[in-house]
Design a binder for this molecule. Structure first.
Ligand code: FMN
Length: 312
């Protein structure tokens, strides 16, 4: 990242910067993976230099076309998606996207996934070789093809195995993104921390479905999809609250954030920063509105530094 002038905080200019040891953000607002493309698609709407950072669409060793359509459905205060991790693949990302991303000063977090432990290791190693990649975010809500399709994220033993292996290969700040589709998320959180995660993001989407009453069949070709958007906020928020008290590593709060107030709730529950996903689809400029709204709230409430809000 290019060097930045230090922030001088004052009652009129609250310091929103976030420090997570060897990783820092100019403010706590990060765009969530899969909802912000490779960052570049949002430059007509958002000055990326003013954002805390963004997570890329989930990357894999080979390009992927994703699932057959229909793969997106609206559902009340949320949406369901079964995109199937469509992405351009590691090689094209490094050759075509990263050099263009490099001109922006926000944090670049590369989200990645694999079908086996070995694939996660290869991705962590390959992405770490790029200077402009500031952090890695491991999406472990993926089936382990060598263990009968059991999702890595669903079993603390698998979490420890895949995170431990990727940790050894990753030369960057390593964030592990947890699935909420478990009985007790603090167990998988503890496993990821024990295996060497530098931070955790909670949560990924919640499994759900929509029935088509015309065809009397599931609407999504994949049958189920991941529920995201405002509908999931209270559920993901309580997971952040409990996990913040179960582990020592910093957390990114993710799920249903669309306003500065939503983001502040996550920080007050114990998250160090937040990620904004589905809201980008109904307002592509929402991330910077949240940054501005946080600044105004801090000013109005005499808060000089966002770190004053952390409860722990
Ligand atoms: C269309 C879509 C695609 C997504 N793709 C990814 C992905 O590639 N990797 C990942 O870790 N999370 C992915 N997610 C999950 C989001 O990053 C986020 O965790 C989730 O949507 C909850 O946040 P939200 O309610 O603000 O959307 C995706 C979500 C949506 C809606």
């Amino acid at each position: 990242m290019p060097p930045e002038l230090p922030v001088i905080s004052s009652p009129n200019n609250p310091d929103l910067s976030v420090s997570m040891g060897k990783f820092s953000l100019k403010n706590p607002v990060v765009a969530a993976s899969g909802t912000f493309g490779y960052g570049l698609e949002f430059t007509p709407f958002v000055d990326l230099n003013q954002l805390g950072g963004f997570c890329t669409k989930g990357l894999s060793l080979e390009p992927r076309l994703g699932n057959p359509v229909p793969r997106v459905a609206e559902s009340g205060e949320g949406m369901l998606n079964a995109i199937g991790l469509e992405n351009v693949g590691l090689e094209k990302f490094a050759a075509e996207k990263l050099p263009r991303i490099a001109q922006y000063s926000c944090a670049v977090i590369c989200n990645f996934f694999g079908n086996t432990v070995e694939e996660y290791v290869r991705m962590a190693e390959a992405l770490s070789a790029h200077e402009r990649v500031d952090a890695l975010e491991m999406n472990i809500s993926c089936p382990n093809v060598k263990e009968g399709g059991h999702q890595f994220s669903s079993d603390p033993r698998l979490v420890e195995e895949v995170v431990g292996a990727a940790r050894k290969a990753a030369a960057k700040f390593l964030i592990v993104k947890l699935s909420p589709n478990v009985t007790d998320i603090t167990e998988t959180a503890r496993a990821a921390e024990a295996a060497g995660a530098d931070a955790l993001s909670l949560t990924n989407t919640h499994v759900g479905m929509v029935m088509d009453i015309e065809t009397r069949a599931p609407y999504l070709a994949n049958i189920t999809g991941g529920l995201s958007g405002p509908a999931i906020k209270p559920i993901s928020l309580q997971m952040v609250y409990h996990t913040a008290r179960a582990v020592k590593v910093p957390l990114f709060g993710v799920g249903g954030i669309r306003t500065a107030e939503d983001a502040l709730e996550y920080l007050m529950a114990g998250a160090r920063a937040v990620q904004v996903g589905t809201a980008n689809f109904f307002d592509p400029g929402v991330t910077l509105k949240i940054v501005q709204g946080m600044k105004t709230w801090c000013r109005d409430n005499g808060v000089r530094s966002i770190s004053e809000l952390y409860p722990l």
